[in-house]
Design a protein around this ligand. Structure first.
Ligand code: FAD
Length: 515
């Protein structure tokens, strides 16, 4: 490869880059520094509808410890080389492990995978960024600890720190992950180490139990940002309930979303249903059942409604499929079960219990996620269309039936205009819904890739015009999504960046923040 072909950080000479890499090798060991194209390929594997080159890393570095990171950021400051931290690097559909901008060094924290503490009485854990949910699950099982946690769908390979700093969600009562984190350790751009909350105090033993500490609460600024590198995180675990009763309620019509949301919202707010309820559309369920799209439709454009109806009938899938659970004692769950039965009967839904669901892959992986059991059941989505293209469109909505119907119709219409299917679900927070849509396309097809970009762009702007912001976005659209939140917020973010990272060396461009 000639030096002209090399992927280098913007504005950095090859000579300076090489010098920096020599210094970083001396810190972490040569075997933990990758610069050649082939070993770097996994860090450039994206599913977003933009060119790989746009997100190509110049190197990947795997430190093992806070001190090594402190020394690496010093080198990065000297040579003005940006580093892009990833914990387990499985932000698939939001950017994966590829840096937000071409040429950044991926700071891969996978070797920092120690479970530092689990307190079974207080139900807390302290973990490093490389810890996966599967690892934590295995630890709890091996130590016979009756504790659960909340995890996202790709939990078998992803981890709590990366998920939480991107403000991801899961499916147990602790499903809003940032809310259930408690205390962080962060390496700042100048190499200082900050512990948030009670962790700032020498000898404190309340770091994992009291979130706020004294003065401004700083944890939030290290989520969906680039103000520091999170090296430890506390999280709350939940006691395994004596009785867990997951269920699915299926509804026959797309327009039923209105009554579903209006009937479930009060139960969720009152915590009769304590977990993050999922309301999944047929086309989310179908690929995970699994059903093949090609068996129902091979024409151009989006799959027509009559084919979707046929899938529902052939495979016993609802137009909407509601997943929730009761977590309590047998007595409390018996009482609340009557409420669930009445709601289902009153809204025209059909309940499927765990016993009745045997054999259904789609139902089983959901029921497992609702008790924090890691799996990869949702990866069936990628067989729907094939071709490895996926980008998440995730606007927030009020938990009101009319709002969800309006968003579903808007999304379906715009997706259909570009030939894409509505593969969506609503996840109920307490009063909000994360409306998560997987824009699936064939990335090996140039026209589909171009259309996917244009479609996402139109979704983004049309939703923003209606006042609907995104809860999270892929690195390819970070700048555009940030712009929809207005100039004042962005200016404050820039001022914080200038104060904390004046040389702009931590993930410039992430969530649209840069100098
Ligand atoms: C089929 C499928 C289903 C999915 N379902 C869900 C779901 O249910 N819920 C959900 O939330 N997501 C979901 N996702 C998205 C994503 O895969 C998960 O959120 C996953 O947990 C994120 O990967 P990670 O934990 O490895 O984070 P990483 O990839 O390591 O990081 C995520 C982001 O945070 C930043 N970051 C990571 N670590 C640090 C650090 N230590 N310091 C500073 N910044 C850091 C990174 O720069 C990156 O931008 C799904 C993806 C797929 C493919």
């Amino acid at each position: 490869m000639s030096s002209n072909d090399r992927t280098l950080p913007k504005g950095v000479t090859a000579a300076d880059f090489d010098k920096a890499m020599r210094e970083i090798r001396a810190i972490v060991g040569a075997e933990h520094v990758l610069v050649d194209e082939e070993p770097l390929a996994p860090y450039n594997k994206i599913m977003m509808p933009v060119a790989d080159a746009q997100h190509a890393p110049s190197a990947a570095v795997m430190p093992d410890g806070v001190e090594e990171i402190q020394r690496i950021v010093k080198v990065a400051n000297t040579y003005r080389i940006p580093v892009y931290p990833v914990s387990t690097g499985k932000n698939i559909g939001y950017g994966s492990a590829a840096p937000v901008q071409r040429g950044q060094i991926v700071l891969d924290l996978r070797r920092m995978n120690r479970i530092l503490d689990v307190d079974a009485e207080l139900c807390t854990a302290l973990v490093e960024p490389g810890v996966t949910y599967q690892q934590l699950y295995d630890y709890l099982q091996e130590n016979k600890l009756p504790l659960w946690f909340s995890c996202p769908a790709p939990s078998a390979i992803a981890g709590p720190v990366g998920n939480m700093v991107d403000r991801g969600v899961g499916y147990t009562p602790y499903g809003e992950h940032f809310m259930f984190s408690c205390g962080m350790e962060v390496v700042l751009a100048d190499g200082e180490v900050l512990r948030t909350g009670m962790g700032a105090m020498e000898n404190s033993n309340t770091w994992q139990v009291f979130k706020w500490g004294y003065g401004p609460t700083l944890d939030g600024i290290f989520t969906q940002s680039n103000y520091g590198i999170v090296t430890k995180m506390g999280m709350w675990l939940m006691p395994a309930p004596p009785d867990f009763r997951p269920f699915c309620i299926q509804y026959p019509n797309e327009t039923d979303i209105t009554k579903i949301v209006d009937a479930l919202r009060p139960l969720r707010i009152a915590m009769v249903i304590p977990n993050a309820v999922v309301i999944a559309h047929t086309l989310w369920e179908a690929p995970c059942t699994p059903v093949k799209r090609a068996d129902y439709f091979t024409g151009p454009g989006a799959i027509p409604d009559d084919a979707v109806l046929k899938i529902q009938a052939d495979h016993g899938i609802g137009a909407w499929n509601v997943y929730a659970g009761l977590y309590g004692t047998k007595e409390t769950n018996d009482a609340n079960w009557k409420i669930i039965e009445a709601v289902a009967a009153g809204t025209g839904g059909t309940i499927i219990t765990e016993e009745a669901s045997r054999g259904s892959q789609a139902l089983q992986y959901r029921f497992d996620l609702m008790k924090g059991k890691p799996n990869l059941g949702e990866f069936g989505l990628y067989n729907w269309r094939g071709g490895g293209g996926s980008v998440w469109f995730a606007p927030v909505s009020q938990a009101k039936g009319t709002e969800t119907l309006k968003q579903m119709k808007m999304a379906k219409e715009i997706l259909g205009k570009y030939g894409f299917d509505y593969v969506g679900e609503f996840i109920v927070g307490w009063r909000d819904m994360h409306h998560v849509i997987d824009l699936l396309y064939d990335r090996s097809d140039e026209t589909q890739t171009k259309n996917a970009y244009a479609c996402y762009d139109e979704l983004l702007h049309t939703f923003a015009n209606e006042g609907y912001g995104m809860y999270r976005a892929s690195t390819a659209f970070a700048e555009k999504v940030a712009a929809t939140y207005g100039p004042v917020k962005r200016d404050v973010e820039k001022r914080l960046k200038k104060a904390l990272d004046p040389n702009n060396i931590i993930a410039p461009g992430r969530c649209g923040i840069s100098l």
